[in-house]
Every structure is written in structure tokens, then in C-alpha cells.
Design a protein around this ligand. Structure first.
Ligand code: GLV
Ligand code: MN
Ligand code: MN
Ligand code: MN
Length: 392
């Protein structure tokens, strides 16, 4: 496929949800995401691909029988992290439609159904739980629990969806024979246009509620303070240190402060820890060490800390045979692991899944600076079409 053809379709969504930072605010089921979902239905219509909704907010555009046996799925997600890049997610959906075009133009007749899928709320940017749509589809989360998740305005996922989610698809494992998710690469690892995923690091999110005594910044003596900001600050540094010592990744990047006033000692600081490692024991070890150090520090600061586990994504090893087969189809493409979570990782617990990565020249992601060259994106579409032709 030429870079021009890729860019032609890409330009249709490029400005949707883009804000002045140059990044994207595409929260699941919020206006830009709803515009993208309409765009998805239009693209499907243009290609005579009927669209089904699994009742969980995930959309499927079908080439062949909807939910016939042994379908091969390809796709990704539209939602972004706040001020995120434009490729993380949508690249996989746009590439899915373009791969269908390419296969049809070449006269391919799939022997089994194929669908382009758009998973809902992959980033957890709005309702806090990543891969919500794929967790619902596979039964990894209780629909009532998912329905009750709230966004920052107090809107529940059930309200945004307009229904209680339907939950797992009956007969999922006989209906889906494979999922191939194409995604922009998010590290600094891929030096050729296209690679294949081997594994996803286990990862999770923990909420730390630090409580102290709100008081006046001008009149409260330093010795009398019970300032949870201090405990929080210490915990941020401890997380960084523990992760470095363990060869893991730990990040505290989201924080809420009450009352969040320049001249008031806070009564509450709420911070989120994102921790990841190559294996679960290492990740758990880092989290345990951070909790221990935060608790000790709270004792010294006269504050309290309560920790809640908000999400866990288990270690994923993608179907090794499928990855090797795909790498072979693509002329010995490199096979590499990633520290980023994906819906394909959730599906991999039940069906053979694989991922294709498209080169990212700087490796930057979850940032407005995320970028992929149109030539590499076009190579990604070619690779995806090759794989889908083989699998269908
Ligand atoms: C999602 O992209 C994540 O890995 O957090
Ligand atoms: Mn992401
Ligand atoms: Mn993604
Ligand atoms: Mn992700």
C-alpha cells in the first residue's frame, strides 16, 4: 500500500479530539469518541460490512457472517490517555479497514468470518480500569461492577453506555479463532517498520489515599503539621528508587489534592501508582516495598495511608507458535516484548492472539509527541493484510 492511500484515510480522523497541546482528549464514550464510533460505522457501511455491538460497547464490522464460527478479528481502540498521541489505538482500526480493502482488491475470499473491532475504554482514562471492553467481552470483570465504575464527573460506565453491559460473549472460544492487533510500538526497540509482539509485562494500578490535617499555611507551625503531601512526595521518590533497584517500572503520575489551595495544608492527597515488571513476583515486590515505605513514612509524618488495588493485568505470553508463524510470513520480522497493556493481552487468556507493532521513530507514546511515518504505517497495513490472508 502506498503512504498516500494510508494518509488519505488517516486524515479523516486526524483532527478528531485533538486539542491545543497537539495531543488527543478521546475519552471513551465522550464526544470525540462518539464521533469516531460514527466514523467506524460509516467506514463499515462504505464497505458493506454489517456492524454489531456486543452490548459492552465494543463494535465489530464484519466481512462474512457476524459471529459465525472461527472468526478472525483485527482492530484496537479509539480512546486515548489525556493529551495522548493519535496513533495509540486508532492506527489498529484504520489499518484493519485498509487491510480489508487490500485483500478485497486482490480477490481474497476468506474461508471464515473476519471483523474489524473497536474496543471501548482501553486506556482506562475515563473510568479508571484499562481494557474494560475486552475484560467485559471475555468475562474478566463482572458487568455490574463495570457498570458502577465512575468518571471524574460521577457519571457511571453504565450511564455512558446507556445500559448495564452484557458481559461475556457465549461461546467466545469457538466463535473467535484469532485476534491480531496492530499497534504503534511504544518503546525504543523497533528499528524496522514492522515487528511482532512476544509478551506483555504484568502491570497494575494502585490508589494511595494519604490523609492528614487540613490547616492554615501561614499560622500552623512546621512542627505541628500533619501534612499528607510530605508522605506522598516521599512515596513518589520511594517508588522510583524501588523500581530502579528491581529493574522494574514504577510511575506516580496522577494526583488529586484536597482542598488544592496554595495557602492550605492539604487534608488529603490521592496518588496513583502504576507498576510494571518483566514478571509478577518482581512487580509485587516493588509494590510491597513502596507500600511498606509509605506506611513507615506516614508514621513519622502523623498521617495515614490506605492503599487500594484498582486494576491488575497478568503477565501475557502471546501464542508463541502464532508469533513465530507471523514473523515468518513477514520475512523474519523481529519479535519483541512490551511494557504497555493491550486488549489483545486480555483476549490472549482465551483465544490465540498476536500483535504487530509499527515502528515509532522516537519511541515516545502517551504524549502529543507520539509519531509514526506514513510509509511505516503503510508497511503495517501490508503486513496485516498478509497475516489476515493467511489466517482466513
Ligand atoms: C495502556 O496503554 C497502558 O499500557 O497503560
Ligand atoms: Mn495506550
Ligand atoms: Mn493502545
Ligand atoms: Mn494500552
Amino acid at each position: 500500500m502506498s503512504a498516500e492511500v494510508f494518509s488519505g484515510l488517516w486524515s479523516e480522523i486526524e483532527s478528531i479530539g485533538r486539542v491545543s497541546s497537539g495531543g488527543y482528549m478521546r475519552y471513551a464514550l465522550d464526544t470525540p469518541d462518539l464521533v469516531l464510533r460514527d466514523w467506524f460505522r460509516n467506514q463499515a457501511d462504505r464497505r458493506d460490512m454489517p456492524v454489531t455491538d456486543d452490548g459492552n460497547g465494543n463494535l465489530f464490522a464484519w466481512w462474512g457472517d457476524a459471529w459465525g464460527r472461527d472468526a478472525v478479528l483485527t482492530g484496537s481502540h479509539f480512546d486515548s490517555v489525556p493529551h495522548g498521541g493519535g496513533y495509540d489505538g486508532p492506527l489498529g482500526i484504520v489499518s484493519g479497514f485498509l487491510a480489508v480493502d487490500q485483500l478485497r482488491a486482490a480477490g481474497h475470499r476468506p474461508a471464515r468470518p473476519m471483523a474489524v473491532v473497536a474496543f471501548v475504554e482501553e486506556e482506562g482514562g475515563r473510568f479508571g480500569l484499562p481494557c474494560l471492553g475486552s475484560r467485559l467481552l471475555t468475562g474478566a470483570i463482572d458487568p455490574a461492577k463495570a457498570a458502577a465504575l465512575t468518571d471524574r464527573e460521577g457519571v457511571t460506565f453504565g450511564e455512558a453506555l446507556g445500559a448495564t453491559p452484557a458481559g461475556p460473549l457465549p461461546g467466545l472460544t469457538s466463535r473467535i479463532s484469532a485476534l491480531v492487533e496492530l499497534h504503534i510500538e511504544q518503546g525504543r526497540q523497533l528499528e524496522v517498520p514492522v515487528g511482532v509482539a512476544s509478551a506483555i509485562w504484568p502491570h497494575g494500578r494502585w490508589r494511595f489515599d494519604f490523609t492528614g490535617h487540613g490547616d492554615h499555611a501561614g499560622t500552623t507551625r512546621m512542627a505541628d503539621r500533619r501534612d499528607p503531601m510530605l508522605t506522598f512526595a516521599y512515596t513518589v521518590l520511594a517508588a522510583n528508587k524501588e523500581a530502579r533497584l528491581a529493574g522494574a517500572h514504577a510511575t506516580m503520575a496522577r494526583v488529586e489534592v484536597e482542598p488544592n489551595a496554595t495557602n492550605a495544608i492539604p487534608s488529603l492527597v490521592r496518588g496513583w501508582l502504576d507498576a510494571r515488571a518483566a514478571d509478577t513476583a518482581t512487580m509485587d515486590g516493588v509494590v510491597d516495598a513502596v507500600v511498606k515505605r509509605a506506611t513507615e513514612r506516614a508514621g513519622r509524618d502523623g498521617t495515614e495511608v490506605a492503599v487500594t488495588s484498582e486494576s491488575l493485568s497478568a503477565e501475557v505470553t502471546f501464542d508463541t507458535e502464532l508469533a513465530a508463524r507471523i514473523a515468518g510470513m513477514l520475512g523474519d520480522a523481529p519479535i519483541l516484548p512490551t511494557g504497555a497493556g493491550h486488549d489483545a493481552g486480555v483476549l490472549s487468556a482465551q483465544v490465540p492472539t498476536a500483535m504487530l507493532f509499527v515502528r515509532n521513530p522516537t519511541g515516545i507514546s502517551h504524549s502529543p509527541a507520539e509519531h509514526a511515518e506514513p510509509d511505516d504505517c503503510a508497511a503495517g497495513v501490508d503486513a496485516l493484510a498478509t497475516v489476515l490472508r493467511e489466517l482466513t
